[in-house]
Ligand binder design. Structure first.
Ligand SMILES: [Zn+2]
Length: 534
């Protein structure tokens, strides 16, 4: 079956091609693009025609670093987001409901609240949660995933003591007497989320685990995302992705960055490489340091704000170099989380030790927050690919400014990186922030924090370059530039229909652009309007 898409504006990201007024899709691939008459002439008799009424067609958006499984896990929790749950009694009601369908042995789980959007204008407390779920552990995650609230049973189950002191890289909310009020910030919150996710995944049947992935896929498809690098692929999550794939429930192409200590399992199980057209495990993920918001990114110097210190480096240079050399020798692409300048320097030294010119495996740095311009020059010389997150600007940027002071203008220096010749792949790091690539697109252009500060005006990107991050550049970062990332004959028919052209939209309005349909392999995986008939 053939499909002609016409009466649309095409942003092909292909470059150099003549005017594109229509696109022909055949067997899940793009068969032709060009003037409407030429595309019609190339089609077989009986081809379906979709006239898009002037809407805009762009390549499917690619999220080069996303915790897809975590997104699905949170999406399947009780909806405690605002305005859906406007106040604490509404959150309590959602948790009561959830308690009825949560198997014993798992925590009753809610997600998505924002304290300042609640009518009470505060975090819920353990006392609020105890009223709803008195007799078993319950948790509600903040939408930022940088805080959560536990009831008394959950505090006990997690082993937190009443007067527990704050750990490095984290904090506890407290009542007037200094006892824990149930709210947990940063470090211990991340550990808890990870623990609960792994615990619950292990207890789920295959169908339920696949449902988690399906829910993540629906979320991402609604944002126009057609491919994603899973930044934290493990044995349990791979099983969930594989089950979803086998049942036709994957709405994205998933490229797994397999956590380094799971590689022996991956190889032993014979699951390395392409599992299907939609699931692959070809890269290895390593963490070199901590995070920017928790101020655990390894930096030169020290933080002027709690927990002070210089951050955490997980591996000394020689050990990291040995790991990188080993994975490289076994043919893996390596993706290393590195945020602070000290960590980035260590990673660049490890990559330098490989000695191969041009970085043929496309080894990556994930995030690269404090990859200041001199470090960027070194990364460019090595041909390192950086997967980074423009959307952190509006969501976390004020925290960066507090922690980095004068140097905050040089953080996430997308302009300098691009000028140095680095491939910069766009990504969200969801669920740390929303998976919506339009937010990243806007922030790459504006670089404005929540408080209205512009971080590094010289690092702003023109909107076409920003779109490049989420299309051609991200495709390159996952070795798929021959298949996705632009609308060209021969490539897979992954595309998004938008209600207007982001290249001709006031940057302030980019996040108002609506995704009308998301198409993978020529088939709609999401439609907010009936763009394509059945
Ligand atoms: Zn991440």
């Amino acid at each position: 079956m053939e499909l002609i898409v016409e009466d649309a504006e095409f942003v092909t990201m292909a470059g150099g091609a003549g005017p594109v007024e229509a696109m022909l899709v055949r067997d899940g691939r793009i068969a032709a693009t060009g003037p409407a008459g030429a595309v019609r002439a190339a089609s077989a008799p009986g081809a379906r025609v979709a006239r898009l009424d002037g809407a805009t067609v762009i390549p499917g958006l690619i999220d080069a670093h996303c915790h897809v499984c975590d997104v699905g896990y949170l999406a399947s929790a009780a909806d405690c987001s605002q305005p859906s749950a406007p106040d604490i009694p509404a959150i309590q009601a959602r948790l009561r409901d959830a308690a009825g369908r949560t198997p014993h042995g798992s925590w009753v789980t809610g997600g998505g609240y924002v304290e300042y959007k609640l009518r009470e204008n505060r975090h819920p407390t353990r006392a609020d949660l105890d009223q709803a779920v008195p007799d078993r552990p319950a948790v509600v995650y903040h939408t930022s995933l940088h805080a959560c609230v536990l009831n008394t049973a959950a505090l006990r189950d997690a082993g937190f003591a009443e007067m527990q002191p704050d750990p490095p890289g984290g904090a506890f909310g407290r009542d007037r007497e200094g006892r824990l009020d149930g709210v947990i910030f940063e470090g211990p919150m991340f550990a808890l989320f990870e623990r609960n996710l792994r615990h619950d995944l292990a207890r789920m049947g295959a169908a339920q685990a696949a449902r988690v992935i399906e829910m993540a896929g629906q979320r991402l498809a609604a944002f126009g995302v057609t491919a994603a690098c899973e930044a934290d692929m493990r044995r349990d999550s791979f099983g969930a992705f594989a089950e979803a794939d086998a049942n036709g429930l994957l709405s994205q192409r998933i490229y797994g960055l397999v956590v380094h200590d799971q590689v022996d399992w991956l190889l032993g199980a014979g699951l390395r490489g392409r599992h299907s057209g939609r699931l692959a495990a070809e890269a290895v993920k390593i963490w070199a340091d901590g995070g920017m918001s928790s101020r655990t990114a390894a930096i030169h110097g020290s933080y002027p704000v709690p927990p002070f210190g210089s951050g955490i480096l997980y591996f000394e240079r020689d050990l990291l170099t040995e790991m990188v050399r080993d994975f490289d020798a076994r043919g893996f692409q390596v993706a290393i989380h590195a945020q602070g300048d000290r960590a980035i320097e260590t990673v660049l030294e490890a990559y330098t030790a490989l000695g191969a010119a041009g970085n043929p495996r496309r080894h990556r740095i994930e995030h690269g927050g404090a990859m200041y311009p001199p470090l960027a020059v070194r990364a460019a010389a090595l041909g390192i690919v950086v997967a980074s997150q423009p959307g952190f600007m509006s969501t976390l940027g004020d925290g960066f400014a507090a922690a980095f002071g004068d140097r905050s203008d040089e953080l996430y220096a997308f302009g300098s990186w691009r000028r140095a010749g680095i491939t910069v792949a766009g990504s969200s790091d969801a669920p740390v922030i929303t998976a919506d690539p339009l937010l990243g697109l806007r922030d790459a252009v504006l670089r404005r924090t929540g408080d209205g500060l512009v971080l590094g005006p010289a690092e702003r990107l023109p909107v076409a370059d920003a779109l490049d991050l989420y299309t051609t550049q991200a495709a390159f970062a996952m070795h798929r530039e021959g298949e996705i990332g632009s609308l060209e004959p021969g490539k897979l028919a992954d595309f998004v229909v938008l209600d207007r052209n982001p290249l001709r939209t006031d940057p302030e309005r980019i996040t108002d652009i609506r995704v009308l349909a998301t198409v993978l392999d020529g088939d709609p995986v999401h439609q907010s309007e009936a763009v394509f008939a059945g």
